[in-house]
Design a binder for this molecule. Sequence first.
Ligand code: G4P
Length: 518
Amino acid sequence: MSPVLAEASRRRTFAIISHPDAGKTTLTEKFLLYSGAIQQAGAVQSRKADRATTSDWLELERKRGISVSSAVARFEHDGTMLNLLDTPGHRDFSEDTYRVLSGVDAAVMVIDAARGVEPQTEKLHAVCRARGTPVITFVNKMDRPSPEPLAILDDIEEKLGLTGQPVTWPIKPEGRFQGVVDRASGRAYRFHASGPGGTRRAQEDEGGVDELAEEVREELELLDAIGADVDVDAFLAAKATPVFFGSALSNFGVRMLLDAITELAPAPGPRIDVDGEPRPVDAPFSGLVFKVQANLDPRHRDRLALVRVCSGRFERGAPLTCARTGKRIQAKYAHAVFGRERETVDEAFPGDVIGLVNATDLRAGDTLHEGDAPVTFPPIPTFTPEHFATAHPADRSRVKQFRRGVAQLDEEGVVQVLRHPDLGDQAPVWAAVGQLQFEVAAWRMEHEFGAPVRLEGTRFDTARATDEDGVAALAGMRDVEVWRRENGTPLALFRSRYVAERIERDHPEIRLDTLLLG
Ligand code: G4P
């Protein structure tokens, strides 16, 4: 096996998708504790709280406690290198949250057992589905009262169209959580709640299935009878999801989940390019820019492009080409992006993420490659925007700076900038999937480009992606206008969601998508 293939095969690159409060931070912390990457429980949580005092980042982020400081957590489990990509803006949803998913090979979906599949999880999963990303499910907070496990599986199936295939099964006689059974081995793992709140400490004691309550045995037999076993092919095809039950806070069921990530989640494989051709893992270096982040940390006041290595070996200093512009990039300053301290990276392999400093021309979605044979990976899917605002320069003497700033923020994908064909560059509409994107953009306009903006509400509240046939068909209809992005992509903007839904219903022939490609 070539060294690149060997390195790739021992990597798993994934993200956690969940709704705020389901337990993403707690689970991340438990992963890091397991692997020895951190020593002390509470380190991740307290970082959340400490951020206000210890970090020098963008004021806005500080105010809101948003994490941008650590793009990737890397840790080892059983000899496998795990790259956990942070889905930023977990609480304040933004396009970056979706973009990160184009850098992973699998996702762990964390569901609050009592709340089931929640809206943000549904949206993130839609991106996984669009990309065919396999999903492993962790039903969290089992220490608390929750619906019957079968009802949780039904909820997953109904809302996400995913068949839940339980790897473990909760032991819950009379509704009291006592542990889980590993269905394949029949081994029972007992949950012993003790300590304050009854959940702080728990152990995974092994016991036999014979001691199980009659009720649980019947459920297990039923599962066997309906053949709810893990089907690896269906999982890899993103049609089924292996399901684990546990409690991140009590550190219960976390090791089994980690085992599943190393054993079931796919290693980096050939990535399909825009022509539909798979790029072999050991082809010369190629990588996807999945996020460009402007660092306002005074120590590193620069722009960082986060690149997921897709094929080959990345070597610091090797000349790379940006497929979109054809321009050469000298990756002299490549950094690891774990935490705030920057470490120079000399080499990286498929599945790894590197940060390129001051690669000013790069945008999210760009493909980088080594050598003369160009390769381009497909655009990153995101959702059509749900928030709109017309941007005006607050200071008329700063129009030049205003234009420059707007162009730059558009390029970086901080907000989507839309223009009306008749209005040109005047009063562009900013569009975003999360309100926070406006705040970040306005903050940067003022502090970075010296062009404060005045944002004004628009008459739109819904957008759909369309095509040129759609543009023609929509012309003249009421309560809808077509605006265009910088790259020409037409977006139909509607007065209200109801107008959009009515037109969708009455004109099924018009392409109106909620998923936006590129
Ligand atoms: P998030 O990153 O997805 O937003 O969730 P986070 O891990 O911050 O967890 C949200 C809340 O749920 C936290 O409580 C956390 O302690 C709790 N939690 C996480 N896993 C479990 C679990 O397995 N069982 C129970 N019972 N609770 C869990 P909090 O009160 O908001 O914060 P904290 O005071 O505990 O830090």
